[in-house]
Design a protein around this ligand. Sequence first.
Ligand SMILES: [Zn+2]
Ligand SMILES: [Zn+2]
Length: 130
Amino acid sequence: MVRQSVSIQIPQEYEDNEKNGLCRVCGKPREEFDKGRTKHCSEKCASKYQECFLYWNTFRDKIIKESSGCVKCGSKINLEADHIIPVAITDFVFDESNIQVLCKKCHAKKTKKDLLKIKNHRNKQQELRN
Ligand SMILES: [Zn+2]
Ligand SMILES: [Zn+2]
């Protein structure tokens, strides 16, 4: 039997946002944070992050356990759970219909595409604000 190995991580978008000094959850720039907040823009995002942090691992393990392998290439090793619509764009973080199982390789490819999508999404929001 092939053992499924899973890297422990919260959604990649959250880490990327944090690295860029943005709200981990919604990606808002720091200037727009509520007063006194450093990592999240608001109480809402802070609790969403907490929730995510606590439940993500369990949730992800369940999805991977029930899957039959990477949806792209069929691999059964190095499986990771992926948000079909990136977390930065959707609220359906724990919606099973927004999760698919990918192997590490396929996941890395998709993450690259997602980053572009997120960028476009932000640009659009920016335009709406102006
Ligand atoms: Zn936020
Ligand atoms: Zn794959």
